[in-house]
Design a protein around this ligand. Structure first.
Ligand SMILES: *[C@@H]1O[C@H](CO)[C@@H](O)[C@H](O)[C@H]1NC(C)=O
Ligand SMILES: *[C@@H]1O[C@H](CO)[C@@H](O)[C@H](O)[C@H]1NC(C)=O
Ligand SMILES: *[C@@H]1O[C@H](CO)[C@@H](O)[C@H](O)[C@H]1NC(C)=O
Ligand SMILES: *[C@@H]1O[C@H](CO)[C@@H](O)[C@H](O)[C@H]1NC(C)=O
Ligand SMILES: *[C@@H]1O[C@H](CO)[C@@H](O)[C@H](O)[C@H]1NC(C)=O
Ligand SMILES: *[C@@H]1O[C@H](CO)[C@@H](O)[C@H](O)[C@H]1NC(C)=O
Length: 422
């Protein structure tokens, strides 16, 4: 009898203290008024009386579950003022048909760190519109998780197209009436057609040892890939079949060397064909690594691609620039010599060389923000390089040669590029 009692006491106190710890994390992260913090593990007819329903901004790990014995009208009353929720949201095992009580004002700002959202096993849930109108505010260094699982009547197909498909990357929408993302699993020429409605792809994308075939067009709706991408041992000429792809968020598995976008051994590939794709990692402060290796000898990337990939680190960068110009309204010029260069060029294509005799023309570079090529300053009588005050970006596709080369300028004292973005 005594031992039973002891076990019981321990069990109760650990679950209780888990919740206390969770709540404490929320209180540490946010400014929470005690009178606007919901202190209880779930909403039921008892705790509902203590719900801070007069507050606009509420802190807590709000849980609505099988024990929530209050009416829909009561839920509407509890949440009628709430504009902002900080902490976490769990709605599980209920028979609610709709969550409209969560955003009576049209939308809800949800500071989802640290607990995110879990919407699981709500057997009668049909109305997911409320979820589309939750504006997730993520912690920049920690991404919220959103799980929408096992809601048998829920058609979640529109969810991946709503705003949170951009603001919450770490989402799982599975085993509902209809899901939105797709799990990539093993993609083969045969199962490609199964992916034709996928907008979000989980678990990365691997296309290896594959020949081009028209079914690859089934991947044309994919906008967002969570996980790493490898495209290798194919005869693809480019990746333009991934026509909607705008974001790859990979996983480094805590290893900086992990290649997020790995494109290698595609001997026919001359172009990337991904004009505005961005690559980043789940660990948002990490620099993503990309690999371009063993492609066609003429393989080139467009200026546009270089700009959208400017934060990427390359394991191999076997590429040159394509000769097609960047579609932009900014004034762009080809560099032959500084003497011949027009003034006010914001973008310069070509290796910029400033040498003896060019000193009188350096003011032409005062508006330059982008250089696609290297920058060399040599044998000049320049005393400073203040004229490069706007220069923000130098894109130079060479692995061993230096990007910036400053030599033998006997009067040059101070060198700084105040606008350069690292
Ligand atoms: C929550 O708990 C804190 C400290 O235990 C208390 O000060 C606060 O009044 C409680 N809030 C509500 C809404 O009951
Ligand atoms: C909660 O407490 C704060 C600070 O004491 C006060 O300014 C605020 O009006 C209170 N909010 C509500 C809804 O009672
Ligand atoms: C929902 O039910 C499952 C199975 O009984 C349980 O494990 C889970 O904790 C419940 N969820 C909540 C939030 O109470
Ligand atoms: C789903 O919720 C029902 C009703 O609360 C519960 O009986 C059941 O165990 C839950 N199923 C799962 C898989 O959690
Ligand atoms: C963000 O998340 C980390 C945990 O990954 C946490 O330590 C930190 O307090 C959070 N808040 C901010 C503002 O970064
Ligand atoms: C693809 O082909 C390469 C080279 O022939 C081989 O090394 C690799 O193991 C193959 N990969 C798969 C997944 O079949």
């Amino acid at each position: 009898m005594f031992s039973y009692l002891l076990i019981f006491v321990i069990l109760v106190s650990t679950t209780f203290s888990d919740f206390e710890t969770d709540l404490q994390r929320i209180k540490e992260e946010y400014t929470c008024y005690p009178n606007c913090t919901f202190n209880y593990t779930e909403i039921n007819s008892e705790t509902a009386k203590l719900f801070p329903s007069s507050c606009y901004s509420i802190c807590g790990l709000i849980t609505i579950n099988e024990n929530t014995d209050v009416s829909f009208a009561t839920l509407e009353k509890l949440f009628h003022r709430m504009y902002t929720l900080k902490g976490g949201l769990r709605i599980e095992n209920t028979t609610l048909r709709s969550f409209s009580f969560l955003q009576l004002h049209g939308f809800l700002s949800f500071f989802c760190f640290p607990f995110g959202t879990r919407i699981v096993n709500n057997t009668e849930l049909v109305d997911a519109e409320a979820l589309e109108n939750i504006v997730h505010v993520s912690n920049t260094s920690h991404e919220c998780k959103m799980e929408i699982l096992d809601n048998s009547k829920l058609d979640a197909s529109r969810l991946c197209e709503s705003q949170f498909h951009n603001s919450v990357q770490n989402i799982e929408v599975l085993d509902n009436g209809k899901d939105c993302g797709c799990s990539s699993g093993k993609i083969t020429p045969r199962n490609l057609p199964d992916f034709k409605n996928c907008i979000v792809l989980f678990d990365g994308l691997v296309l290896t040892n594959m020949s081009y075939n028209s079914n690859l067009k089934s991947l044309s709706k994919i906008a967002n890939i969570r996980g790493n991408v490898e495209i290798a041992y194919t005869n693809f000429k480019d990746l333009s079949f991934l026509k909607s792809l705008s974001k790859i968020r990979g996983n480094t598995f805590e290893n900086l060397e992990t290649v997020i976008l790995d494109i290698h051994d595609n001997p026919k590939m001359k172009r990337l064909g991904l004009d505005s794709v961005s690559v980043d990692t789940l660990e948002q402060d990490w620099v993503p690594t990309m690999n371009l290796e063993n492609l066609h000898p003429d393989f080139c990337i467009t200026y546009q691609e270089a700009v959208s990939l400017s934060y990427v680190r390359f394991k191999n960068l076997e590429a040159k620039f394509c000769e097609t110009e960047w579609k932009t309204d900014m004034k762009s010029c080809k560099f032959k010599s500084l003497r011949e260069l027009e003034s006010d060029c914001i973008i310069i294509y070509g290796n910029v060389l400033i040498s003896s005799g060019d000193e009188e023309y350096v003011e032409k570079l005062e508006d330059t923000v982008y250089i696609f090529g290297s920058l060399t300053i040599q044998n000049s009588e320049l005393e400073n390089i203040r004229f490069l005050k706007m220069l923000g970006w130098i894109y130079f596709l060479h692995e061993t040669l230096p990007v910036i080369h400053i030599t033998n300028n006997k009067d040059l004292k101070k060198v700084s590029l105040p606008s350069i973005v690292y």
